[in-house]
Write a protein that binds this ligand. Structure first.
Ligand code: PLP
Length: 453
């Protein structure tokens, strides 16, 4: 049996899969925060190009991938699926473990799958500049790379904690021509206000989003791009799972369990949604599990209700699992997972029990990541370590139950820019951190947005 399962370039899928077409309960509409009336797609026009807004609300089951986008995908896609023989041996498990490796992209994660598509549609509509936020630096890098390809200017607000921990991510973005600010910054009104109230804040994704949105909303030739959470972002990522289905067929296997780390839901959606299609269409019962940090547990301990997507309350109200929009997660190293809410589609799927969620504490995820690196060689991004922790937990369950199930997880990025995180782990500076119920209750109690029955 091969260790590495690859597809030919011809086998890059030519359509994205839109799970909304197959969902038994469709996502609830976004609401205007003032009137609490559903908002139409036109409310998003100041921020996003029309084609992406159409995708955001589309009910079409498949959407064509433009040739130009597919050609750029060809630089690193199809990405490989590996069978983790050495990890299986290290765990002494009867389970078969596979992983889809998205770290082979030019920027080191799954993020360019949507960055390239978003930059393409902005270019088509004559946009000159795109602003965005970045947590771990992965999204900012991906958008910088994509914008550079299409000759669009790129301005990135990078969560200050990551800016300080990962100076080389900033230089990477600069190399592709982007401007990078530590967030909160003095470049925006909301940034100045937050700095005045709390000069020592390490920032959060919610704050950085507010800064990037303010910038786009106040400039005509500038749009905003989001690297996760929104429906069109998840749509673009489904290239991952569609390839993975072909690869698992090639391996003569089908996963019983599909696992991915969870920040806003894009890499989870990307791998899991095409497998959920098999559940919907063919009556399969593939379990799909999202893995989140115990210090930012919106799926496992948050509330399903309307909330803002950003800290300042500039976005529409979205129906999602949330910890409250001004929740500032502990400064863990997995910056890409430090977001207060979950994407709308994934939230509805969880509410309907069509997917599952697990949380892992900080220490457990680094133990899992180092175990993986020692068995399989690749050093994973700290975010990816959450998925690995769930995969290991499932493989251990298989051992206890004497079952040889097939597990597939998304190794959504490499950790080559995350040595500070590993250094802290080896120095014993990474400690168990779990939120208390009182902390979660206090954050949710501040919300006066509508609950969903
Ligand atoms: C951004 C990122 C995440 C979290 O975002 P999702 O939208 O949930 O995928 C996870 N892992 C890596 C490597 C990332 O870059």
């Amino acid at each position: 049996m091969e260790r590495k399962i690859i597809l030919s370039e011809k086998e890059i899928p030519d359509k994205w899969y839109n799970i909304v077409a197959d969902m038994p309960n469709k996502p609830l509409p976004p609401l205007n925060p003032g009137t609490l009336e559903p908002i139409g797609p036109e409310a998003l026009a100041p921020l996003f190009p029309m084609e992406l807004i159409k995708q955001e609300v589309s009910m079409e089951k498949y959407i064509d991938i433009p040739d130009e986008v597919r050609n750029i995908y060809g630089m690193w896609r199809p990405t490989p699926v590996y069978r983790a023989y050495n990890l299986e041996k290290a765990l002494d498990t009867p389970a078969k473990i596979y992983y889809k490796y998205e770290g082979v992209s030019p920027t080191g994660s799954h993020k360019p799958n949507t960055a390239v598509a978003q930059a393409y549609y902005n270019k088509q509509e004559g946009i000159k500049k795109i602003t965005t936020e970045t947590g771990a630096g992965q999204w900012g890098s991906a958008l910088s790379f994509a914008c550079q390809h299409f000759g669009i200017e790129c301005e990135v607000f990078m969560v200050k904690l990551s800016y300080l921990h990962k100076p080389h991510r900033k230089v990477m973005m600069n190399t592709w021509g982007a401007t990078v600010h530590p967030s909160p910054s003095n470049a925006t009104e909301i940034g100045k206000k937050i700095l005045a109230e709390n000069p020592d804040t390490t920032g959060s994704l919610g704050i950085a989003i507010s800064e990037a949105v303010e910038r786009a909303a106040t400039n005509d030739d500038t749009k905003y791009a989001l690297g996760s959470v929104l429906n069109h972002v998840k749509l673009h990522q489904t290239i991952i799972g569609q390839e993975a289905i072909l690869q698992m067929e090639k391996a003569g296997d089908l996963p019983d369990v599909v696992i991915a780390p969870f920040g806003g839901g894009s890499n989870f959606a990307g791998l899991a949604f095409p497998f959920l299609r098999l559940n919907f269409e063919e009556g399969k019962s593939i379990r799909c599990i999202a893995s989140e940090p115990a210090s930012c547990p919106k799926l496992t301990r948050g509330q399903f209700r309307y909330d803002f997507g950003d800290t300042a309350g500039m976005t529409p109200l979205l129906p999602m699992y949330t910890l409250g929009h001004d929740f500032v997660p502990a400064p863990i190293h997995a910056g890409g997972l430090r977001y207060h809410g979950a994407g709308v589609i994934v939230s509805q799927l969880l509410k309907d029990k069509l997917i599952e969620a697990r949380s892992h504490d900080n220490l457990e995820v680094f133990e899992a990541g180092v175990k993986f690196a020692r068995a399989e060689g690749i050093i994973p991004a700290p975010e990816a370590n959450h998925g690995i922790a769930t995969a290991i937990a499932e493989a251990e369950r298989c051992k206890r139950e004497g079952k040889s199930e097939t597990i597939l997880f998304n190794l959504c990025g490499h950790g080559n820019f995350d040595m500070k995180a590993y250094e802290d782990y080896f120095a014993g500076k990474i400690v168990k951190h779990e939120l208390s119920k009182a902390e979660i209750d206090a954050s949710l109690a501040k919300l006066d947005t509508p609950l969903i029955p």
